[in-house]
Design a protein. Structure first.
Length: 302
């Protein structure tokens, strides 16, 4: 007699056959993932572990590192250049959390109110983002030059002033960045249920009230995610600062990434630079952890 569920002539049950198919699919999936895992181990995990180890050593980047324990971190705690660069990063982050985010929201909402040339405006806003940052920085460096550009007209040295340099670099970076936020916010706004706007309009809500009471709550997951990425990217900012000022004048535009670069390749203190990199990674980790806690409590979709 056949056991319950057994298939005649096979000696197996459908359940065991399904299990073999599931295992085979799992093996195939892991085979496809294996190259990506190997690349991540070699390119991301390996260097990360070595950077963490290097942060506890005195190393010039050449030869064998010498273990010195927490000496690099103790030096960081009293390093005025590190404190100034960290403060500049905080100011940079605050600027990019307010100005480009507000411009992106306003630009995206304005595009949702028009019907003609929407695609053209999206392209125009997005083009600065896809232009190489070095090219954008060079263009603005000439436009604001104190010799031939707007700096000469205004009588100002935008990149040479200790008070104007950091805001000017942030302005140039924002010019290339905010169009990306417009496109992302616009995509999120186009997914909002139009019946919500119709109901708000019937209740007498104007465009601003609809934006505040309908649009913002509906795109909150996207807004918070972009806020998270803005904080992380702000602490990793390097290209515009380095091309335009290289941290000058007198360190007034130094951020953590430019300080790290200078310590590693100019001062040949790769171990100390690794300690700066570890601090940057810890800051990003804390930001991500706070975001994940907030997301779990609010049950956000992203």
């Amino acid at each position: 007699m056949l056991a319950p569920g057994q298939v005649r002539g096979t000696g197996t049950t459908p359940r065991s056959g399904a299990g073999r198919v599931s295992r085979r699919r799992g093996v195939i999936a892991w085979c496809f993932m294996l190259p990506l895992i190997v690349i991540n181990v070699l390119v991301v995990l390996g260097p990360s572990v070595f950077a963490l180890y290097s942060s506890f050593t005195e190393w010039s980047g050449i030869g064998a590192p010498r273990w010195i324990g927490l000496a690099n971190y103790v030096e960081l705690a009293g390093d005025s250049e590190f404190h100034a660069a960290l403060w500049h990063n905080i100011l940079w982050t605050a600027f990019f959390l307010v100005v480009p985010m507000a411009m992106g929201l306003f630009g995206a909402f304005a595009l949702t109110r028009i019907r003609r040339f929407r695609l053209l405006f999206r392209v125009v806003y997005f083009v600065p983002y896809i232009v190489a940052s070095v090219v954008t920085a060079a263009i603005w460096q000439n436009l604001l030059s104190p010799d031939v550009g707007l700096g000469k007209v205004a009588g100002l040295n935008f990149f040479g002033s200790t008070t104007l340099a950091l805001p000017t670099v942030a302005f140039v970076n924002n010019w290339a960045w905010w169009g990306f936020l417009v496109v992302v916010f616009l995509a999120a706004m186009q997914g909002v249920d139009p019946h919500l706007y119709e109901a708000a309009a019937l209740d007498g809500a104007g465009p601003f009230r609809q934006f505040w009471s309908v649009t913002l709550p509906s795109i909150r997951p996207t807004f918070m995610f972009l806020g998270l990425m803005t904080i992380i990217w702000s602490f990793l900012s390097f290209d515009f600062v380095y091309v335009l000022t290289q941290g000058g004048p007198a360190g007034t535009t130094d951020v953590l990434s430019t300080l790290l670069y200078r310590e590693a390749f100019a001062s040949l203190r790769a171990g100390y630079a690794s300690a700066i990199g570890v601090v940057m990674a810890l800051i990003s980790g804390v930001v991500v952890a706070v975001y994940l806690v907030m997301r779990s409590r609010k049950a956000w979709a992203i």
